[in-house]
Design a protein around this ligand. Structure first.
Ligand code: ADP
Length: 336
């Protein structure tokens, strides 16, 4: 057939990455207390997804449901293509879970914990020993391998927990508050471990109370509060939702403060701290305009700080009993 009459090849459709986890309308109640109130999640394979929320928001409950430890009262979910309701075994074979329900046994050594896992996964003993040694090495636990796990630091226990999870070569890992209670150095080490897992192709769902952690690690973030997802998106998308940008002027001289408050009448006042706060996008033009107005009035501020919205703003605006805080009552401003 001459090439001129060849049918035009159908373009290959660009498919979105398959979902590692997708959930619609997950519900859970204990007695008359609703803990999850219709949670939808879509986690693309190979990504890090953070479920961010305060204590009691329902994060662990969501992880327990998705890992088949408990059942939902309503809704549907697929994990690694397996339906939670009809293929719990398939889900369990594809996932690893670490965190508050850690499998680490403190009474036996790190190595023995690892060998229990290799036995559980039916690896022959020599193969099991090889895999255990490799993982202990990878997580910097070789020197401690013969010591009881109860003697390990918090960071070492978490590393052992993840090493044990990896014996089963899970494609999806649930990390329930992986860094809660860790010192800053161990927290950074854990972040490195999580990044390395994702580079290796694993999908990670992590829960956290730390905005910084979600910002550092996650491709997408869902903010969970009282069992509902109140916001979802990339860190940048969430930040864009909050008009939290402002400049803050601090004075040490009360008279200068009063004159400035008169000249910048739209500013929010804090008479106790002698500070003024004005909405601002942080641009050079915007800052120059504020400074020009101060110059015209012959006033000099002792300090000028520019605040661009961060995840803290999102968190405080979207969770908790209060609505969007006004600039003068913004909780974290008081502690900065
Ligand atoms: P988070 O992980 O975000 O801190 P959890 O999922 O652990 O939140 O808990 C959410 C809410 O559900 C909390 O108020 C908690 O007390 C309640 N809860 C969790 N498990 C149970 C249970 N087995 N029985 C009764 N209430 C529970």
């Amino acid at each position: 057939m001459p090439s001129s009459v060849m049918p035009t090849p159908t373009p290959i459709p660009v498919l979105p990455p398959p979902a590692a986890v997708s959930a619609v309308g997950l519900r859970k109640a204990y007695g008359d207390r609703t803990v999850l109130d219709g949670v939808d999640l879509h986690i693309p394979a190979g990504s890090v997804f953070a479920l961010l929320g305060p204590n009691g928001a329902g994060k662990t409950t969501a992880v327990k449901i998705l890992s088949t430890l408990i059942s939902a009262d309503g809704g549907q979910a697929q994990v690694a293509g397996h339906d939670l309701a009809t293929s719990a075994e398939g889900v369990r074979a594809a996932i690893g879970v670490t965190g508050q329900f850690s499998a680490v046994d403190g009474l036996i050594t790190g190595e023995e914990n690892m060998l229990l896992m290799t036995d559980l996964h039916h690896l022959a003993r020599p193969e099991g020993r090889r895999v255990a040694a490799e993982l202990l090495e990878r997580f910097d636990l070789t020197d401690a391998a013969k010591k009881p796990a109860s003697t390990y630091s918090g960071g070492m226990k978490r590393r052992l927990d993840i090493a044990m999870t990896l014996v089963g070569e899970p494609r999806i890992i649930f990390l329930d508050e992986p860094t809660t209670g860790l010192d800053p150095r161990s927290r950074h080490a854990m972040w490195g471990i999580i990044r390395a897992l994702v580079t290796g192709g694993v999908t990670v769902l992590l829960t956290t109370q730390y905005l910084e952690e979600a910002d550092e690690l996650a491709d997408r973030i869902a903010v969970l509060d009282h069992g509902r997802i109140v916001a979802q998106g990339t860190a940048e998308e969430l930040k864009r939702r909050i008009p939290g940008g402002h400049v803050r002027l601090r004075f040490s001289d009360p008279a200068a403060y009063r004159s400035a408050a008169g000249a910048l009448s739209e500013a929010a006042h804090d008479d106790g701290a002698l500070t003024l706060q004005l909405p601002s996008d942080g641009s050079q033009r915007d800052l120059r305009s504020v400074l020009d107005r101060l110059d015209t009035a012959g006033i000099e501020a002792d300090e000028l700080t520019v605040h661009t919205p961060d995840l803290d703003d999102v968190f405080f605006a979207l969770t908790g009993p209060t609505a969007v805080p006004t600039p003068t009552t913004r909780p974290k401003e008081a502690v900065r």
